[in-house]
Design a protein around this ligand. Structure first.
Ligand code: AMP
Ligand code: MG
Length: 485
């Protein structure tokens, strides 16, 4: 399943950014970057290995943009091995350390631009409390890499309990010949034994794995929607079997709310538009179910059981999504019309292209005990040109809050505080990443590190960071993000 390899490291590497909080959580010493012989810089730029590290690249396949793409595999990723850490066993990968047997005709490199985006967004997602692969550090070099223009190379070190994708299962389902699916079975057993111990005794491991993937994917899709995150390339090879956000490429957070927003410039049909993501998660789970099929006894009952597990996605997602919207609105009890209240706010926002993050953050401070028209409520109300529409919604909102006795949104009330824990003040907007990228490309990496610090605590107001919480500047609209990375 994996091929042993040597890395092709960066020439004259430098540290761009590093994650002491993650190193500390894993139980590493504070001076982990000073480790010598070989140095940490050499290891995390692909130039050397510490004892016990045995780089491999794994093979997987997948559906890209809805079409079977055949064999893909880690074309520019090396798995260095797994480590016992204070947060459980973790796999460590280098992304961009050179070609592998699965590079096809590509160079095995990652450019600084996309590596900064991956480093920052992994940690931003973690800060938001959303399951994700993590980023331990980012190293770079002046070494040239050809994309649309000449760029420079970088290596992101990623950490996760597992990087196994739906596409790994699809690969071995597809390559198992004449009903021989021993490798597929071992992959299933490996994932259950190592990562889903609660299902070890399950009567049917394939169904148990699918149920776990259904539940985690549904929860992940709801979590993404609730912060306005668009992944951009939800191909089945970019879907984690553990429900982690994985493979940060042309992702984007919504600025002005447009449910049809397409963040990936290469996605001309909008398959992965923001509002399609939950449905695409479901589509991808069908591909996973198909891949697990050979492990079920061929019977109508087994097929039916598989269908039932898949179908449970719809309810799981609907429940998770409703809970997320309710929390974003600061509702602590359940009422039948809560979903409608959220959807109607989203419709108003879409009509105005109101900024997704700013609208919800201002809603935290909305004084529902006062009329919508009072000056105290202007910051939110002024986001909507359709004042009558907003006022009508705001009155329903106030009435709904009154049902749970929480109309007062002044600083100390629980509703205000609760809402500030789920409605972030800071997200990684494209223009913020772009500014950090341009500076780093010019040799100044400090903006990457500043954003990393900021995004570790996206819900807390941080001194001197007012601009980071503001509307995007006009030039942000011209930023195009594609699969090129
Ligand atoms: P992605 O769309 O980034 O998930 O990548 C799809 C596939 O292309 C994966 O198998 C990657 O490993 C591979 N790939 C992307 N970029 C490169 C590259 N520069 N060199 C080698 N393989 C790559
Ligand atoms: Mg990928």
């Amino acid at each position: 399943m994996a091929t042993a390899l040597g890395a092709q490291g960066l020439h004259q590497p430098r540290w761009v950014a590093w994650n002491d909080a993650l190193a500390q959580a894993m139980g590493w010493p504070a001076d982990w970057r000073s480790a010598d012989a070989p140095s940490a810089l050499d290891v995390f730029s692909g130039n050397a290995l510490w004892p016990g590290m045995e780089p491999v690249a794994t093979v997987y396949s997948g559906h890209q943009f809805g079409v079977w793409a055949g064999q893909l595999g880690d074309g520019r990723v090396l798995l260095l091995g797994d480590l016992q850490t204070n947060c459980g066993a973790q796999e460590i990968q280098l992304k961009g350390a050179g070609a592998t047997p699965y590079s096809r005709r590509a160079d095995g490199r990652a450019v600084l631009r996309s590596s900064i985006r991956e480093f920052l967004c992994s940690e931003a997602m973690h800060g938001l409390g959303i399951p994700t692969t993590r980023a331990l550090c980012l190293t770079a070099s002046a070494q040239a890499v050809r994309r649309e223009t000449m760029e420079t190379a970088a290596v992101v070190t990623r950490v996760a309990p597992s990087f196994i994708r739906f596409g790994h299962f699809e690969h071995f389902a597809h390559s198992g010949e004449n009903g021989h699916h021993e490798v597929l079975q071992s992959l299933l057993d490996f994932v259950i034994e190592h990562h889903l111990a609660e299902h070890r005794q399950a009567p049917n491991r394939a169904l148990a794995l699918l149920q776990s993937a259904v539940d985690r994917t549904a929860d992940l899709m709801a979590a993404w929607q609730a912060v306005g995150f668009c992944h951009g390339v939800m191909n089945t090879d970019n879907m984690s079997i553990l429900g982690l956000t994985i493979d940060y490429g042309p992702f984007g957070f919504l600025d002005g709310f447009d449910p049809q927003h397409i963040c990936n410039h290469s996605d001309d049909r909008g398959r992965y538009a923001w509002q399609n993501q939950p449905q695409i998660g479901y589509w991808n789970l069908h591909a996973l179910a198909q891949a697990l099929m050979p492990l079920l006894a061929p019977s109508k009952d087994a097929e039916q059981a598989m269908v039932e597990v898949l179908k449970s996605y719809e309810q799981r997602f609907a429940d998770a999504m409703r809970d997320r919207w309710r929390a974003k609105l600061g509702l602590s009890t359940q009422q039948p019309d809560d979903g409608k209240l959220a959807v109607d706010l989203l419709s108003l926002m879409a009509e105005q292209r109101a900024d997704f993050t700013i609208t919800f953050r201002r809603l935290c401070d909305y004084r529902a005990d006062l009329a919508p028209e009072v000056p105290a409520n202007a910051p939110l109300r002024d986001l909507f040109l359709n004042r009558p529409g907003f006022d009508a919604w705001a009155r329903r909102y106030a009435a709904r809050l009154a049902m749970e006795g929480g109309t007062d949104a002044s600083a100390q009330t629980p509703r205000h505080e609760r809402m500030r824990r789920v409605n972030p003040l800071y997200i990684l907007r494209n223009h913020m990443a772009e500014t950090a990228i341009r500076r780093a490309q010019a040799g100044e990496d400090s903006e990457v590190r500043r954003l990393h610090q900021l995004l570790q605590r996206p819900f807390d107001e941080q001194a001197g960071c007012e601009l980071d919480a503001d509307f995007p500047p006009d030039w942000a609209q011209a930023i195009e993000v594609s699969c090129s990375s």
